[in-house]
Ligand binder design. Structure first.
Ligand code: THU
Length: 128
């Protein structure tokens, strides 16, 4: 079946996950406004709380490469899991109201927006 390239990359990134504690492998990819696709995977620690989610690894990877405008993010897990609360905040703040593709290990399952995942967000306007 036809898959957007960003979805293929998110699915492929699951293979790079380092998840020996949860065995829950997550792949993610962001698409920049200029068309680059940059991936990430979850990376766990024996000190569990140090674990980094795939979505944040993908976004920080892209930002560290010099990209800061995004169109969409794709996330792949075995069972089309949703981004955690921390990642919802980071997606909203660093990517704006982008398309979020929720995928299982093979295909797109649901398409939504950052604002669907995080209504009434905290943001920098409250810091003024
Ligand atoms: N995980 C992600 O990578 N993204 C999410 O949005 C949910 C959770 C990872 C963290 C941990 O390595 C594993 O999934 C189980 O929680």
């Amino acid at each position: 079946s036809f898959l957007f390239f960003i979805i293929k990359i998110a699915i492929l990134m699951r293979k790079r996950a380092f998840a020996p504690y949860s065995n829950y492998r997550v792949g993610a990819a962001v698409k920049t406004k200029t068309g680059e696709i940059i991936g990430g995977c979850n990376i766990e620690s024996s000190s569990y709380g140090l674990t980094c989610c795939a979505e944040r690894v993908a976004i920080y990877n892209a930002i560290s490469k010099g990209f800061n405008q995004f169109n969409s993010i794709a996330v792949s897990t075995k069972n089309a899991g949703y981004p955690c609360g921390a990642c919802r905040q980071v997606i909203w703040e660093l990517c704006d109201d982008i398309i979020v593709y929720i995928c299982n290990s093979k295909e797109l399952v649901k398409e939504l927006k950052s604002s669907d995942l995080l209504p009434n967000p905290f943001n920098k306007s409250f810091l003024k």
